[in-house]
Design a protein around this ligand. Structure first.
Ligand code: 13P
Ligand code: ZN
Length: 265
């Protein structure tokens, strides 16, 4: 595939980075993005020599994504800067044959996000499970979802999923497997990555308690849509609470059959 396809992907990343900033979910360097670009780059691009090779702090090697190429946002980079200059605030990396390291191949040595292990584990998990169409991971700090995660009641299994589904029918359709919860862990750790994978197994989006959330999707816009829809539901819930009443919510039986009806997934 020609490199114009890479240009298209990078433009979409910039567009979503702008959305994250505009939503107020990306304070300073908050959030990070990775997108598989293996199918978007030419063989001469793929053969580039590494600018730098870096070891990954993994307990076991990556298996399925060996040799794949990813655009990843740089650590400590502002999303609002990614929006205007994605290649100046991110890098193209290649997962090395050992499954325990990566090469930075373009455009310059910009060190990837501190959450790279979570991103790569998520890509590896999806590919290992036959979900070959999953190409993008987005991590961001949506205020309303993080706010809900400060309520211990919301952290019980499926409580937040059922609540958010019941606010508007779209949430049931666009996030059909709901939101998984990971108890608070130090950012950037392999423990956080491992706990994320456990939750990714049964959900579309994973919420890191008191921190932010991650979504996987076929492209970066799809990841944004899932988080945006959950955030809309959370806004409605919190607006009702602010207005002094608990929202009634759509009854579970009224939500049945919606996914099949809209054929979105
Ligand atoms: P990075 O700047 O390393 O991407 O970290 C941002 C973040 O959100 C950590 O969870
Ligand atoms: Zn974060």
């Amino acid at each position: 595939m020609p490199c114009s396809e890479l240009y298209y992907q990078v433009c979409a990343i910039a567009e979503v980075a702008g959305f994250l900033w505009q939503r107020g979910w990306a304070e300073r360097n908050g959030g990070n993005i990775s997108v598989c670009v293996t199918d978007c780059i030419s063989s001469s691009y793929k053969d580039r020599n590494p600018l730098k090779t870096v070891a990954l702090p993994l307990t076991h090697p990556l298996t399925t994504i060996i040799g794949e190429y990813y655009y990843v946002t740089g650590t400590n980079r502002r999303m609002r800067d990614v929006a205007v200059n994605p290649m100046g605030n991110g890098a193209i990396i290649r997962v090395c044959k050992d499954g325990k390291s990566y090469d930075i191949i373009a455009d310059e040595v910009i060190m990837p996000t501190s959450e790279l292990v979570s991103h790569l584990e998520m890509h590896d998990f999806e590919q290992s499970n036959g979900r070959k169409q999953i190409k993008a991971v987005c991590h961001t700090h949506p205020t309303q979802l993080v706010a809900l995660s400060h309520n211990p009641e919301m952290l019980k299994p499926d409580v937040m999923t059922r609540l958010l589904w019941s606010m508007i029918p779209e949430t049931r359709v666009i996030v059909p497997h709901g939101i998984g919860i990971v108890p608070y862990r130090q950012p950037g750790t392999i423990e956080l990555a491992a706990a994320t994978i456990e939750q990714l197994a049964g959900h579309d989006v994973v919420l890191w308690e008191k921190h932010g959330c991650l979504a996987v999707g076929e492209d970066i816009l799809e990841t944004f849509d899932a988080i945006d829809t959950l955030a809309k539901s959370a806004d409605i819930y919190l607006d009702c609470c602010t207005a002094g009443f608990k929202p009634q919510g759509i009854a579970p039986d009224m939500l049945e059959g919606l996914v099949e009806l809209f054929h979105l997934n």
